[in-house]
Ligand binder design. Structure first.
Ligand code: F6P
Length: 504
């Protein structure tokens, strides 16, 4: 099958996309239209602790990537208000201006009951669609009451979008698998609205997808969009093949377009990225230098080799696999005992789901077991920091590390890999990256691993540690060049240019 692939990955020599370039595109080509982003996760969460309200940035690649886009485009971002102080800072429409230190767009919060959150977010989104789309050998749980709640919550989001749109001309940019029915629901009430949706996780092959009892309705919902985006061409191919088998559609493979009932959806790949320049500026800040000193003091580090892993604690991230590889390394190469410290930084996530509880227990057990096996005097091989860390602290660890491991069993893209590269303003450090991430298609100068192959994985860690400085720097320079060019503004610019070209 041939896919017409408007991949937005640039080649060397092409001009960089910038925040200003994206702003120019919005003001010239999309002028006069209200720009609305919709996602489940909100970009800023207000929480109250000890009577004080704090504003947190969640551990979500999606929101961290989209926030700079919204800062430059302006508009309204509609998302679930999940913080315990979220209601305290909004007006009667659920609006609050964000970011707090530089208000540039409006966040509209949608309120969900506990029961809705359970059925829609913990239930259908994360116990059915999440394992269905990731090949991580966790079976999906299809529960009809979860599905009914999912549909109802998609209706709720549609109501919020339609209320914001009113009689304006609008472009609605929908995010992810939580809102698969949204575009269809919006258009049923207002056919003038233009929608694009980006699916941030992999799309599986048709054999895997067809077990979903409500698969046809999900496909129909997604085909309500004018444009549907995935990270890589392979996911587009899987999607086209899935609709071909499951629905009555016409597919134009040259244009990668699906037509059904007089409507057409363009299916395209747009590899998401990060705000390279912003991260590089932040990584040079004095606060980050201080943070590195603090980390050294707090963990009594001297000249150890430092490895890091930064993840939302999820069974798709291959965290036990990387610990087993470290275990293998210490057994096979005992000379690294007392010389290497691996920091696992992890924010717990979706903790009310059984599979995640089990994973947390498995990780705790493994850390305990490996540390018990090798620890001596003042040295422990794995330090597990299981908490939400602010961006400055994460940058401190990223700058301090000799190597960073991203070992996802399956991942749409993985932005930790791109953040690590962006933070290395010293052109140093080695990225060990799972072949099963979307990022591995672009970041070919990383050391690519199969996280299931534990012996090879251990050898790759050894190779990272022993890599000569010249080679490390050469690889990191190339990686930085790739992320610098294929940044978040290129991703957003690619999608918005396609929308502008629709001439609707
Ligand atoms: O990658 C899929 C995704 O849902 C992203 O949209 C988001 O960045 C991440 O997982 C975090 O998930 P959650 O919003 O459930 O914490």
């Amino acid at each position: 099958m041939r896919i017409f692939n408007t991949d937005t990955m640039s080649t060397a020599g092409e001009a960089n996309w910038t925040r200003e370039g994206l702003q120019h595109l919005v003001t010239t080509k999309l002028a006069g239209r209200l720009f609305i982003v919709v996602s489940n996760r909100e970009p800023y969460i207000h929480t109250s602790a000890g009577g004080e309200i704090q504003c947190l940035v969640p551990a979500s690649g999606l929101t961290v990537a989209l926030d700079p886009v919204m800062r430059s485009c302006g508009g309204v971002w509609i998302a679930h208000g999940s913080g315990n102080a979220d209601r305290d800072v909004v007006d009667e429409k659920g609006h609050v201006s964000v970011p707090p230190d530089e208000p540039s767009y409006t966040l509209r919060r949608v309120w969900l009951t506990k029961e809705e959150e359970e059925g829609y977010y913990l239930g259908f989104s994360n116990q059915a669609l999440w394992p269905l789309c990731h090949i991580a050998y966790t079976p999906p749980n299809f529960d009809e009451s979860h599905w009914n709640t999912y549909r109802r919550v998609n209706q709720l989001f549609a109501g919020a979008v339609l209320d914001e749109v009113g009689d304006k001309q609008a472009i609605v940019f929908i995010q992810d698998y939580h809102l698969a029915l949204l575009s269809r629901l919006i258009k049923a009430k207002n056919a003038r609205v233009i929608t694009a949706q980006f699916w941030h996780i992999p799309w599986p092959n048709p054999e895997a997808f067809r077990i979903c009892p409500w698969g046809e309705e999900i496909l129909d919902g997604l085909l309500g969009n004018n444009i549907l985006g995935f990270h890589i061409g392979y996911h587009c191919e899987n999607f086209l093949e899935t609709v071909r088998r499951m629905l009555e559609v016409k597919i134009d493979y040259e244009r990668s377009a699906v037509s059904r009932g007089g409507e057409t959806t363009l299916v395209r790949s747009f590899p998401i990225s990060v705000d390279f320049d912003r991260i590089a500026i932040d990584a040079r800040r004095q606060e980050v230098v201080k943070e590195i000193e603090q980390i050294r003091r707090r963990w009594r580090l001297s000249d150890e080799i430092i490895g890091i892993g930064i993840d939302r604690i999820d069974y798709t991230k291959g965290i036990p696999h990387r610990f087993r590889a470290l275990d293998k390394l210490f057994t096979k190469y005992p000379e690294y005992q007392k010389r290497l410290v691996f920091f696992q930084l992890g924010e717990p996530s979706r903790v009310h789901i059984k599979k995640y509880k089990e994973l947390n227990a498995e990780i705790d057990d493994l850390v305990e077991e490996i540390n018990w096996k090798y620890e001596s005097d003042n040295w422990r091989p794995i330090i597990y920091v299981r908490e939400h860390l602010p961006p400055t602290a994460l940058l401190g660890f990223q700058r301090l590390a000799d190597f960073c491991i991203v070992s996802s069993l399956h991942d749409g893209m993985n932005l930790v890999a791109k953040e690590f590269v962006s933070s290395r303003v010293d052109n140093d450090g080695v990225l060990i990256l799972s072949r099963f991430t979307g990022a591995a298609r672009e970041l070919t100068e990383a050391l690519l691993v199969n996280p299931y192959a534990i012996d090879d994985f251990a050898e790759t860690i050894k190779r990272a540690i022993e890599m000569p400085r010249g080679e490390r720097q050469e690889r990191m320079r190339k990686l930085r060049q790739i992320v610098r060019q294929n940044n978040i503004y290129r991703w957003a610019g690619g999608i918005l240019s396609e929308l502008a070209d629709l001439k609707l």
